[in-house]
Design a binder for this molecule. Structure first.
Ligand code: DP6
Length: 332
């Protein structure tokens, strides 16, 4: 049955960076994220037993559905092959996908994309996996963060230890604590180094082992802050964690620089906002764009201030999301 799923992106408060098995996206450390609402992917899956290969189409912002680049097609086909294997099925598919936000700019389009693909494919095959199983299936696309995009609110993805146990679990539902994410887009092009390459190189950083020690305390702090809805405790830890990810990237061999001048400009603005009494904290994934996390009462001040910055091309006002849904309107 032709099925269309919508799955959200997420912003990591504790980052997945470095894998013990990159092919199966088994992380070195657990991670925690907030599911977003307005940044999402939609994916239509149509089972086609008559096809010998999976057909993949993609629609970029405002454009027509068209075959995407070879790399994208290969990643989707590989995910579909793994989904077939995991569900014991054989049929091929025609699929179409689109994002509500710029792809490949460090806004976790593969997280939402692979989560939507897993969700739509299982439903199209008449399978109803548990949340944990769905999280595992989303992860099989090779984008680990997709494991966290199959549920709403705040989500933890433990590191393992076994592959079967490596799936995300909910920490706090959306609606129990609403935070805002004002995303400052300082660069909307694709990033020069993929997260995949970043995970691989992370282990070459002389500071990687130190990060593993620090991240355990940060995980405990962020988990407790979310469960207690303790903003004062959450903010500083998520900013420290984001800087740490980029410290590992910059000290990898060879080094990776995701930051652009606009990244530093926004980090500076966020500090200034705090000095002026507006509580906001920054986090960045593997890209130049900055997610400014704040409480709803600070959102207008944060957005107004970010818009004034020369290096900020546009902003996206997002917040805690409720998780994936199915939609009636198909892309195919
Ligand atoms: C920095 O391997 O899940 O966003 O395939 O690009 O989505 P993509 O990346 P993935 O690594 C995510 C890295 C991160 C941190 C995080 O989301 O935990």
């Amino acid at each position: 049955m032709k099925t269309t799923a919508q799955a959200p992106s997420n912003i990591a408060f504790i980052k997945y960076w470095g894998a013990r098995d990159l092919d199966r996206a088994l992380p070195c450390n657990a991670s925690i994220s907030m599911t977003l609402e307005r940044c999402f992917s939609r994916c239509t899956v149509e089972p086609r037993p008559d096809l010998e290969h999976d057909e993949v189409l993609f629609r970029s912002a405002g454009g027509e559905l068209a075959p995407p680049g070879e790399h994208f097609t290969l990643r989707v086909r590989r995910h579909l092959t793994r989904l077939r294997r995991a569900t014991g099925r054989e049929e091929h598919f025609r699929i179409a996908t689109e994002n509500s936000f710029p792809s490949a700019a460090g806004l976790a389009s593969s997280a939402s994309g692979f989560a939507a693909l897993a969700l739509a494919t299982t439903r199209a095959l008449g399978i109803e996996p548990s949340n944990g199983e769905l999280s595992r299936l989303a992860r099989l696309g090779g984008s680990g963060s997709a494991a966290r995009s199959v549920m709403g609110g705040y989500v933890e993805w433990p590191a393992g230890p076994e592959e079967e146990e490596c799936y995300a679990v909910p920490l706090l539902a959306a609606g129990q604590w609403d935070l805002c994410d004002v995303i400052a887009l300082v660069d909307d092009g694709p990033k020069a180094t993929s997260s995949l390459e970043g995970h691989r190189l992370a282990l070459t950083s002389p500071y990687f082992e130190t990060r593993q020690r620090c991240v355990t305390d940060r995980l405990d702090a962020v988990r407790a802050a979310i469960v207690d809805r303790d903003w004062e405790r959450l903010g500083p830890v998520i900013e420290e964690e984001a800087i740490d990810l980029h410290l590992i990237a910059m000290s990898s061999r060879p080094p990776i620089f995701y930051w652009k001048p606009g990244t530093l400009q926004v980090l500076e603005v966020v500090r200034r906002l705090r000095a002026d009494g507006v509580s906001a904290w920054a986090t960045m994934d593997a890209g130049a764009n900055v997610h400014v996390i704040c409480r709803p009462e600070a959102e207008d001040d944060v957005a107004a201030c970010l818009k004034l910055q020369r290096e900020v091309r546009s902003i996206i006002r997002d917040g805690t999301g409720r998780g994936p849904t199915f939609v009636e309107e198909h892309l195919l």
